[in-house]
Design a protein around this ligand. Structure first.
Ligand SMILES: [Fe+2]
Ligand SMILES: [Fe+2]
Length: 211
């Protein structure tokens, strides 16, 4: 079945695109990639749980339900990644570092009025970039005759795309549109720089050598 993910990924507002060669490089070590991915899902679940009680200034209807749903989705993704990882002979370690997310979270204006907005926009960016990466991974996994991973990444694309839109939409509920537009554009530029500064390796948000 032909993939239509690349077109959907192209419509994301991200300011840089991941080359196909990155997918081949990271899928050279699928176990390492799956381990990194599992920790990513764990972190995403934790992030949603944290955001659950961090509504902006006043109560936003549906906020807790949305965060509960996202946390549940991420925990389900974690279980799926771990299942594939274990079936391929890998296992989860205790420690993990995700420099990309750490670098992005440093952009959050802590303690200021924009704190919650920034957390939501950074969450939206991580979801959007994950989508973009999953579209490349789905295509490359298919080329490598790994239908399990190809189907898995394709399914995750849809779920994370939904999360990206949810976080962005909630961001627009925290402040006036012009202020959110301004901050979103700043963070889109910052995200492309943060990603470009990541080291290469079999990780979902790793860097790649520019041709
Ligand atoms: Fe996820
Ligand atoms: Fe997500």
């Amino acid at each position: 079945m032909p993939l239509v993910l690349s077109e959907k990924a192209d419509s994301l507002p991200l300011l840089s695109r991941t080359p196909h060669a990155w997918g081949h490089a990271v899928l050279a070590d699928p176990i390492a990639l799956l381990i990194d991915h599992a920790f990513l899902e764990k972190k995403a679940a934790f992030n949603a749980m944290e955001l659950m009680t961090r509504w902006p200034g006043e109560w936003v209807p549906g906020w807790v339900e949305i965060m509960t749903r996202v946390a549940r989705d991420e925990a389900a993704h974690l279980a799926q990644v771990v299942k594939i990882l274990v079936s391929r002979g890998g296992h989860l370690g205790r420690l993990h570092k995700c420099q990309y997310a750490t670098d992005l979270r440093e952009l959050v204006r802590k303690g200021e009025t924009g704190d919650t907005l920034d957390r939501l926009l950074v969450s939206a960016l991580i979801e959007a970039r994950s989508c973009e990466r999953f579209s490349v991974l789905a295509e490359v996994a298919r080329e490598l005759n790994d239908p399990e991973l190809a189907a898995f990444y394709k399914a995750l694309f849809s779920s994370e795309h939904g999360h990206y839109k949810v976080f962005l939409r909630l961001g627009y509920k925290t402040m006036d549109k012009a202020a959110v537009d301004r901050r979103w554009n700043q963070l889109l530029i910052a995200e492309a720089k943060v990603l470009a500064n990541q080291t290469p390796g079999s990780r979902i948000h790793s860097g790649y050598s520019q041709p």
